[in-house]
Write a protein that binds this ligand. Structure first.
Ligand code: SF4
Length: 361
């Protein structure tokens, strides 16, 4: 009689619950550990962010522990080895700290700003930033500065809150979702789940991206833009909306600085600055009182467009007037934007008007 096949002995395995940190989404994960080593990672079905889904990047999180390329100790280029030859030897932490202390001391004694200090995706940017400023350099940054922080800032300005990676867009009510320039290695599970929800409800998903892989593959409309020209596309869409008089007047008045007055004295001191009262408050023109008032007060009846003369005689215009003057210019017309972005003029016009239709009709 043949013996029964032997399976793995799971008795020494235990499951730890955590969150994935391979991107900013923080999906819930179940990590199977054996002999104090990570065996594999699975999605946690009970986690509200990802509901059990784990992307390829999340799965490969195990490589943070087991990759043969992982640095386990400080390494120093071998004496006499050419830079780039890849010949290193392991040194102790004490040696590494001595070398760095000596180098940093020299920089600090001469010009601390010569230190460019960059940290990766970590949870202690406040600490590393404090260290850098104490050292005396303002040349410091971290991963978030050109990744999630910008995204969070845009989220705050557009949706009123941040971190769309966590699935913040209102997937239950969104009718039109336009995604711009998301990196190819970005694989947010909350967004995937949200897109599925949106598409099942019949919402439209438009993706602006030079390539058509990743999320773009399931977009209802792909806008294959020339790399680096997103701003022109956005400004041309603003041009179309302005030309068609389609913007949210109440929103601009209530939540933006569109009503504030800007000093217009080209070539002179103060040009381009917001007009302020003696307490530093930004001013707007109140249509009922017919005078300059504090633009931050909730009960003002401000002019969104207009040119006025400030009490000190300087000409001023509302922010919105300057925006309209600038972006109604022909250089931002869809025809000209097509030459820059490669996106056909009719498509630019239609996308802007589709957005307007969803927002206002
Ligand atoms: S989307 Fe992928 S990489 Fe990002 S946290 Fe979730 S599993 Fe990890």
């Amino acid at each position: 009689m043949s013996s029964l096949p032997k399976f793995e002995d799971h008795s020494r395995q235990e499951v730890k619950y955590s969150t994935c940190y391979m991107c900013a989404c923080r999906c819930g994960i179940k990590v199977t550990v054996e002999n104090n080593k990570v065996r594999f990672i699975q999605g946690n079905r009970n986690h509200p962010i990802n509901k059990g889904v784990l992307c390829a990047k999340g799965n490969s999180g195990i490589m943070k522990q087991v990759s043969p390329a992982k640095l386990k100790a400080p390494m120093l280029r071998k004496q006499g080895a050419e830079r780039g030859s890849g010949e290193f030897e392991i040194i102790s932490w004490d040696q590494a700290l001595d070398i760095l202390t000596e180098r940093l001391r020299k920089i600090r004694e001469t010009d601390p700003k010569k230190l460019a200090f960059f940290t990766g995706r970590d949870q202690m940017q406040a600490l590393t930033g404090m260290w850098a400023t104490q050292f005396g350099t303002n040349n410091w940054a971290a991963h978030g500065g050109f990744c999630s922080v910008n995204m969070a800032a845009a989220g705050l300005y557009t949706m009123g809150h941040a971190f769309w990676e966590f699935g913040d867009p209102d997937w239950d009510r969104t009718k039109y979702f336009m995604m711009w320039g998301v990196a190819e290695d970005h694989a947010s599970n909350p967004i995937k789940l949200g897109l599925e929800k949106l598409k099942r409800r019949g919402g439209k998903f438009v993706s602006v991206n030079p390539v058509r892989t990743g999320y773009q593959a399931i977009a209802d409309e792909w806008v294959g833009i020339r790399p680096g020209t997103d701003a022109m596309l956005a400004l041309s869409m603003i041009h179309v909306l302005l030309r068609n008089d389609q913007f949210d007047w109440d929103y601009l008045v209530r939540y933006t600085n569109a009503i504030q007055l800007v000093v217009c004295t080209p070539g002179q001191k103060g040009d381009g600055l917001i007009l302020r009262d003696e307490n530093g408050k930004p001013l707007c023109w109140d249509l009922e009182q017919e005078t300059f008032v504090d633009a931050t007060q909730p009960d003002v009846k401000p002019a969104l467009f207009g040119e006025y003369t400030a009490p000190d005689g300087r000409p001023v215009k509302t922010v919105m007037t300057l925006i309209a003057e600038k972006y109604l210019d022909e250089q931002y017309s869809p025809e000209n934007a097509e030459k820059v972005t490669g996106v056909p003029a009719e498509q630019i016009e239609r996308l802007a008007l589709e957005m307007e239709h969803v927002a206002f009709k």
